[in-house]
Design a protein. Structure first.
Length: 102
């Protein structure tokens, strides 16, 4: 059975999730700066300031939230389910179509 680190509902009604194993990969290999920041990622997905669609892939969305500083959580949507691709702190919001804003 797959053990999820978290599942969170976005403003689009999409359930985004990530496994324990993938979260460990994300914080140990991809973005160590995100260690101990799982709640920031959950908040960014559940209650973002802005959501943009990727310029490269229409099924990928970038969720932005200012929590201490600006963070971006990137997720792929597959109808009403989705999964976390990555998350990291950012200095500025990337280009892309704004699809939701607070």
């Amino acid at each position: 059975m797959v053990k999820y680190r978290f599942e969170v509902l976005t403003p689009f009604g999409v359930q985004i999730r990530t496994t324990e194993e993938y979260w460990e990969y994300l914080v140990q290999v991809k973005h160590p700066v995100m260690e101990n920041k799982v709640e920031i990622v959950r908040t960014t997905l559940a209650d973002p300031d802005e959501i943009r669609r990727s310029k490269i892939d229409n099924s990928v969305f970038l969720y932005y939230k200012k929590v201490e500083r600006m963070y971006c959580a990137v997720a792929r949507h597959q109808e009403q389910l989705g999964y976390l691709i990555t998350a990291y702190p950012v200095d500025k919001v990337k280009e892309g179509e704004i699809v939701w804003t607070r």
